[in-house]
Design a protein. Sequence first.
Length: 213
Amino acid sequence: MERGETVEGFIEPIPAFVERDGERITVGHICGKCRRLYVSTQLHWDSRAVAVDCCFRQCACGALTGGTSWTACEECRERLAREREEERDRARREKAERVLFREYDGEWLFWEEGFYADLDTLLDHCALEELPPPGDAWACRPIKLRFDVEDMLEHALSDHHDEAYDQISEAEKDALQRQLDAWCDATGVVSYEPDYKRLVILEEVCGDATSAG
């Protein structure tokens, strides 16, 4: 039995023929369930097997994968994704610098796919969700609003003559960049992203907070 044929409710693919010189030649197969046609080509050289996989491809666990583009069912795909993420997290933790919270030079923390403006916000979240305080969290690094003068000038001068850019001196570009940086800083626009090179250790301070509560 080929894969898919043991699935309950399996429907045999339908051969697709062409007539050539009075002879029927199989050129592909049609999925028995959804009626999608698979023509025999270098990509689908065994059109019947591909048609079987269309709606009846099996995961290693025995469940249906949900189509030819998947080699595993949804449940197994989610499990594998979790395992990959856990492995990625372990690798990050092994390489990360450990920073005690009292020595952390930032405020924002990243924990369990969420950003927290400070430790109190993180602890409040844990208390609200009835979660134990974390022993560590990822540091965060700021992303400031910035404009690049070179990119701006390239766009602004796109409809000008070819020598227009050369008419602007380096000193003038530097002066404009400083003005733009000052304007960006004045807006106060700052975002944050996880800094996977630094792991902030919270055990001591979280333990104190728990005892105080």
